[in-house]
Design a protein around this ligand. Structure first.
Ligand SMILES: [Zn+2]
Length: 255
């Protein structure tokens, strides 16, 4: 595991990616304009928050994080389809839980509240991906699909960096028997992290190792979104009445 990330007021920045001059971040609750229960940096549309608040939150993040352009986002459906994105982004109508780019000057983003946000980059080729991994996506091998998609575009697994962001921890993520079976089968040794609860971050880490990523190229941010109400939205804790975080990787920050 890499060094622990530095904490910014409105987002956590990946130290591992920063070492390679790539910007990757995970937003926190603070720093936005949305009212309760979306307070205050909500990026989720159609939940009850005013659309103007979501636009304001995004504009503010683009400015404060110095993103090169508007991030691409897709309709997330807990599967493992890939949307290929280039250049300045937007909110797409397409359903995809993996956004992938092989071009510079591109920002990719996924929204989460308990699900795992996974950011990937291969610094030599500049190929990047943003991945939304809940238990269904994890069971479907969404992390493996993302790495495969990157390699099909020319990335080398031994050079890929991964940052696993804040998600619901094994302390809080109780699962049913069907989910447990599916997760145990999703990676070698995944059973070590599945009982009546599951550790999404560790299971996705195992999937990445199985793909051939180096252990020292994988950073895990230790936080439980359900335990830490001050910093994180949590779908489970708040019974669905909550906001969504944004996880962003931007390839234009190479020197
Ligand atoms: Zn917890």
């Amino acid at each position: 595991m890499a060094e622990s990330p530095c904490i910014e007021p409105a987002f956590i920045q990946s130290e591992l990616f920063a070492q390679h001059h790539i910007l990757a971040l995970f937003t926190l609750r603070a720093g936005g304009v949305s009212p309760a229960p979306f307070d205050s940096q909500n990026f989720g549309s159609g939940l009850g928050d005013n659309e103007q608040n979501i636009h304001s939150n995004l504009d503010q993040l683009i400015a404060s994080a110095k993103l090169p352009c508007i991030p691409h986002q897709a309709v997330q459906v807990h599967q493992s389809h890939i949307l290929y994105c280039n250049g300045s982004g937007q909110m797409h109508d397409y359903e995809a839980d993996i956004l992938l780019s092989d071009q510079p000057d591109t920002a990719l983003a996924v929204r989460t509240a308990d699900c795992l946000p996974l950011l990937l980059v291969e610094p030599i080729s500049g190929i990047s991906a943003a991945v939304h991994a809940g238990w269904r996506g994890t069971a479907a091998g969404v992390a493996k699909q993302a790495v495969q998609g990157m390699c099909e575009r020319g990335a080398k697994t031994q050079h890929i960096l991964a940052s696993l962001g804040p998600c619901i921890g094994s302390c809080c993520f109780e699962i049913g028997a069907d989910a447990a079976t599916a997760l145990k089968n999703s990676a070698e040794s995944a059973a070590d992290f599945v009982q009546s609860t599951a550790d999404l971050s560790q299971i996705n880490r195992l999937q990445l190792l199985e793909c051939g990523l180096s252990a020292h190229h994988i950073e895990r941010i230790n936080a439980c979104t359900a335990c830490d109400a001050e910093h994180f939205f949590s779908f489970r804790r708040d019974a669905g009445q909550t906001g969504r975080h944004l996880a962003v990787v931007a390839t234009a920050c190479k020197p």
